[in-house]
Design a protein. Structure first.
Lengths: 300, 523
C-alpha cells in the first residue's frame, strides 16, 4: 500500500514530466527560426515542388486533420491544355490531393465553374483525369447547389456561392498565376470567381472591390500558387504558346493575400499596384508586405 | 414452328433483333454528346449511314456521292435478297411502331385501309424534288425523323421532366431527402440525363409530330410503315423480287388469321395473296396459322403480287415533286439573294446552296452541339432550310476547340474538320452595339467579351480612352473593338456579354468563310 508521502512524490514527478513535455515544443521553437508561413520553391518537377512547398510550411498535417472533407479548388476555367497555362497545372492539383489523403482527409473534392464547356475544360486541362487518379472526387458544378450567401461587402452584398465550398471542413486554393486584361493579374483571390453562381461576369464592373468581398467569405487554410508555367499576355485564356513562360515555381502560404503578393512579384509587378490585393490587405484579409511574413525559399 | 399461343423461334429471334437494334440506336443516341475529348469514341451516326434513302436523296440533290453512305448499299443488297427485313428486324421507328400498336387490342381481322401506294408516291415526290436540288428526303426519312424528334423534342422533354422531379427532391432541406436527391441526381446524370438540359426552338412541335406518327399505330398497326414511310417504299421496291418468299401449303383452311396478324398488310385474301413489297418478314403469319401452312423459303419464282402503282400516278408524283421546287422557292430567301444576318451556319458548313442540297435535317449536329447553340431553323433559310442547323449565340456559342458537328454529320453538309482547320473557319463576325456596351455607353469597366474571346491573338481589342463619368470623375475606359481579320464569329462574346437581354456584342453572318460575297472587306 502506498503511503501518502509516496503518493505525493510520484504525483509530483508525473506532473513535472507532463509540464516539461508540454513546454518542450515551446523551447524548441524558441531555439529554431519561426515556422514559415510562406514558401517559394523553384525547380524540380511540379510534383516535387508542390510537396516541398507544403513540407516547408510544416507538412499537410498542419492544415488537414484526420477525417476532414477537403475542397481543393483549382482554376479549370478554360478549354486549354496544360502547356497553354490557362488552368492550374494538373500535377500540382493531383499532388495536393495525394497530400491531403496522406494527411488523413476523408474525402478530397475538386471542382470549378469554368467559362468554356466544363466537360472539355475538365478533360483538356488534365485536371479531372489526374485528380481522379490521385483519389479525388471530381464533380461538375450543379446549379442547384449555389446558395445565396450574405457577404456584407463593400461591393457585393450577397451572391449565390457554391455550397460544397461553404460546407467543407478545409479549403485549399490552387490558382495559377496569369495575366488578366482587366485585373492585371489573376492569382488566388480571383480564383474564387469559380465558386460564384449567377451572372458573375458583372463583377468586372468593380473587380478590385468585389474580389476582397468574395475572398472574405471563403477562408482557405492553405493557398498554393502554381507558377510552373505562367501566362504573360492575352490572359486569362491565352492560347498562344508565345505568351507562356516557364517559371518552374510553386508558392504556398497560409495568408492568401501574401501568396497573391508573392505571385505579383513573380510576375514582375508590385503587389500594391494590383487593386484587389491592395484592397484585400487594407481590409485586413492578410498582408501584402512580404517582409512581415516568415518565408522559406527552396531551390530544387 | 409452334402453334398459336407460343411464339416460334423465328418470331423470338425477330423480336430480339428489334430490341437489340432499338437499344443500340438509343445507346448511340445518348453517346451523341460532348464528353470532353475531341472525338466521341462511338459511331453515333451508324444507323443513318445504312440508310439508302438519305444516300439517294443526297446523291440526287448534290450530284455527289457522300460520306460513308456506301454502307446503305448493303441495306439495299440485303433487301434485294431477303425483302424488307430492315423494316421488320432493324428499324428503330418500326420497332417503336410495333410497340405502340401492341398497346391496343385488335380484332382478329382488323381493317386494312389499303393506302399502300401513298408511300411510293411520297418517295417519288421526294426523289423528284431532290433531283432539282430540293432536299426534303430527311424530313420524312424514318431514321432522320426519329433522331431529330428524339434529339429536339422528346429527349429535351425527358430532361425537363426528370430535372423538375429532381428540383422537387432538392427542395426540402432535410438531410435524408438531400442525400436521396443527390444519389438520384448522380445516377440520372451518369445514365440518361444530358449534361445541360437541352432546349430547342420548335422542339415541342417536332416532338408532337413524332408522337402523332406513333399514335397512328392505334388506327392501324404500323400505319407509318404501311402507308407513309418513304424508306419503306424504297425498300419495298428493292425487295420486290426478293428470293425469300412466303408460301402457303395445301393445309390452309382460309381462316384468314394470317391476314389479321400481318403488321404490314402484306398477307391478303385469307392467306392466298402476299405482297412482297409490303412484307416485313416478321414471321407472324406462320405463328398465327393454326394449320402451320404459312412458311418462308428461298425461291426464284416471281412473287404473286407486285406493287400497286400505276405509271400515271408515278408520273404525276414526279411532276408534282419537280413543280413543287420552284413553288417552294418563290419566297425571298438567302439562296442567291441577300444573306440573312441571323443565318449562322455551323463551322465547316458548305456554301448555302450545297449545304441545303446535302443537309437531311437529322438533328445529329444539334444533338451533339456542346453548348446547345445549334438550333433548328424555321424559315431563316427558306422552306427548304426547315430544321437545318443555325447557331444562335444567345442560346450557346460555338466552342472554339470543338469539331463534333462535322464529325456526326452523315452527309458532309458540315465538313469534318480537324481542330486546326476548324479554328480558322469564320462563321460570322461580331459587332459592338455602342449604345448598350458598358464601357462605350455607360463609362463602366467591363472586359468580358475580350476575356472570353478564344483566338490566340484576341479578336476583341481595347482602345484605352480617358473618359468621365456623370460625377465628372476621370475614368480610364477600355472600349472593345472587333478585329475583322481575327474574329471567327464563334459568338462566345455574345453568349457571355453581361448585357443579358439584348447583348451589346452580337454576331451576324457577314464575313463567313463559306460565302465570299457575304464579306465586309475588300479582298
Amino acid at each position: 500500500m502506498k503511503t501518502r508521502r509516496e503518493f505525493l512524490k510520484t504525483s509530483a514527478g508525473a506532473a513535472a514530466c507532463l509540464g516539461g513535455a508540454a513546454a518542450l515544443p515551446w523551447i524548441l521553437e524558441a531555439a529554431s527560426p519561426p515556422r514559415p508561413d510562406l514558401a517559394l520553391v523553384h525547380g524540380g518537377t511540379p510534383e516535387k515542388a508542390t510537396r516541398a512547398a507544403v513540407e516547408a510550411l510544416g507538412g499537410m498535417k498542419r492544415f488537414v486533420s484526420r477525417g476532414d472533407v477537403v475542397v481543393v479548388k483549382p482554376n479549370i476555367g478554360w478549354d486549354r491544355t496544360p502547356e497553354q497555362a490557362a488552368n492550374t497545372n494538373p500535377l500540382v492539383v493531383a499532388t495536393l490531393v495525394i497530400l491531403c489523403l496522406e494527411a488523413g482527409a476523408r474525402k478530397v473534392k475538386v471542382f470549378d465553374r469554368p467559362c468554356n464547356d466544363p466537360r472539355r475544360c475538365y478533360e483538356q486541362s488534365g485536371i479531372a483525369p489526374l485528380a481522379r487518379r490521385a483519389g479525388a472526387e471530381v464533380s461538375f458544378v450543379d446549379d442547384r447547389r449555389f446558395k445565396e450567401t450574405a457577404l456584407h461587402g463593400q461591393v457585393l452584398k450577397s451572391w449565390p456561392l457554391y455550397e460544397e465550398i461553404l460546407e467543407a471542413d478545409k479549403v485549399i486554393n490552387v490558382p495559377i498565376a496569369k495575366h488578366h486584361g482587366l485585373a492585371g493579374l489573376t492569382l488566388g483571390l480571383k480564383n474564387w470567381m469559380g465558386i460564384m453562381g449567377g451572372s458573375r461576369g458583372r463583377i468586372h464592373q468593380n473587380i478590385h472591390g468585389a474580389l476582397p468581398d468574395l475572398a472574405a467569405a471563403v477562408k482557405p487554410c492553405l493557398t498554393v500558387l502554381d507558377a510552373v508555367r505562367v501566362l504573360t499576355a492575352h490572359g486569362p485564356q491565352g492560347g498562344d504558346l508565345a505568351d507562356v513562360k516557364k517559371l518552374d515555381t510553386v508558392a504556398a502560404g497560409v495568408d492568401m493575400v501574401a501568396v497573391d503578393a508573392l505571385g505579383a512579384t513573380l510576375m514582375g509587378k508590385v503587389p500594391s499596384d494590383i487593386g484587389y490585393i491592395r484592397n484585400a490587405a487594407d481590409r485586413g484579409l492578410g498582408t501584402l508586405d512580404l517582409g512581415r511574413v516568415a518565408m522559406k525559399r527552396i531551390e530544387l | 414452328m409452334t402453334k398459336k399461343g407460343g411464339s416460334s423461334s423465328l418470331v423470338l429471334a425477330r423480336r430480339a433483333s428489334q430490341a437489340l437494334f432499338l437499344l443500340l440506336f438509343l445507346f448511340l443516341f445518348l453517346q451523341t454528346e460532348q464528353k470532353g475529348a475531341d472525338t466521341l469514341g462511338y459511331p453515333v451516326k451508324l444507323f443513318l449511314d445504312f440508310d439508302p434513302l438519305l444516300f439517294l436523296g443526297a446523291l440526287l440533290a448534290s450530284h455527289a456521292l457522300v460520306g460513308a453512305f456506301w454502307l446503305s448499299l448493303l441495306t439495299l443488297l440485303a433487301t434485294a435478297v431477303l425483302g424488307r427485313v430492315f423494316c421488320g428486324w432493324v428499324c428503330p421507328l418500326g420497332t417503336l411502331n410495333t410497340l405502340v400498336g401492341s398497346l391496343r387490342k385488335w380484332p382478329a381481322r382488323p381493317r386494312v385501309r389499303g393506302w399502300f401506294p401513298l408511300k411510293y408516291l411520297i418517295l417519288v415526290f421526294l426523289l423528284a424534288a431532290a433531283l432539282f436540288g430540293f432536299q426534303w428526303a430527311g424530313v420524312l426519312d424514318p431514321l432522320s425523323l426519329t433522331v431529330r424528334s428524339l434529339a429536339l423534342g422528346l429527349y429535351p422533354a425527358l430532361n425537363t421532366g426528370l430535372n423538375a422531379l429532381l428540383d422537387l427532391m432538392y427542395r426540402p432541406e432535410a438531410p435524408f431527402w438531400r442525400a436521396a436527391a443527390e444519389a438520384a441526381s448522380g445516377f440520372l446524370q451518369r445514365t440518361v440525363l444530358a449534361f445541360q438540359p437541352p432546349r430547342f426552338f420548335q422542339g415541342g412541335a417536332i416532338g408532337a409530330l413524332f408522337l402523332g406518327v406513333l399514335a397512328l399505330n392505334l388506327l392501324e398497326r404500323r400505319f407509318w410503315c404501311r402507308y407513309l414511310c418513304p424508306l419503306g417504299a424504297l425498300l419495298g421496291l428493292a425487295g420486290r423480287w426478293a428470293f425469300l418468299k412466303r408460301t402457303v401449303s395445301e393445309g390452309c383452311t382460309s381462316c384468314g388469321l394470317c391476314d389479321g396478324a400481318c403488321p404490314g398488310g402484306a398477307s391478303t385474301g385469307e392467306g392466298k395473296g402476299w405482297r412482297p413489297s409490303e412484307c416485313m418478314v416478321c414471321f407472324n403469319c406462320g405463328d398465327s396459322c393454326p394449320a402451320s401452312a404459312a412458311s418462308f423459303g428461298f425461291s426464284g419464282k416471281p412473287a404473286p403480287e407486285g406493287v400497286d402503282l400505276s405509271r400515271r400516278r408515278i408520273l404525276l408524283a414526279a411532276a408534282a415533286g419537280a413543280a413543287a421546287v420552284p413553288l417552294l422557292r418563290v419566297a425571298p430567301s438567302p439562296r442567291g439573294g441577300r444573306p440573312n444576318p441571323a443565318l449562322l451556319r455551323p463551322p465547316g458548313a458548305l456554301p448555302e446552296e450545297a449545304f441545303l442540297e446535302r443537309c437531311v435535317k437529322c438533328g445529329e449536329c444539334m444533338k451533339v452541339c456542346t453548348t446547345n447553340g445549334l438550333q433548328p431553323a424555321l424559315l431563316e433559310a427558306g422552306l427548304e432550310g426547315l430544321w437545318t442547323p443555325v447557331l444562335v449565340p444567345r442560346i450557346g456559342y460555338c466552342e472554339y476547340n470543338c469539331t463534333l458537328c462535322g464529325q456526326v454529320c452523315p452527309t458532309g453538309a458540315i465538313a469534318r474538320l480537324s481542330r486546326e482547320e476548324k479554328v480558322r473557319v469564320k462563321i460570322g463576325l461580331a459587332s459592338v452595339d455602342r449604345s448598350r456596351c458598358l464601357p462605350w455607353a455607360q463609362g463602366t469597366p467591363c472586359i468580358v467579351c475580350e476575356e472570353v474571346c478564344p483566338t490566340p491573338t484576341k479578336a476583341v481589342w481595347f482602345e484605352e480612352v480617358p473618359g468621365r463619368n456623370r460625377e465628372g470623375a476621370e475614368v480610364l475606359l477600355k472600349r472593345p473593338h472587333v478585329d475583322l481579320d481575327l474574329c471567327i464569329g464563334c459568338g462566345i462574346c455574345e453568349a457571355k456579354c453581361p448585357v443579358l437581354d439584348r447583348p451589346a456584342i452580337f454576331v451576324t453572318s457577314t464575313g463567313e468563310s463559306r460565302n465570299p460575297d457575304n464579306g465586309l472587306l475588300l479582298r
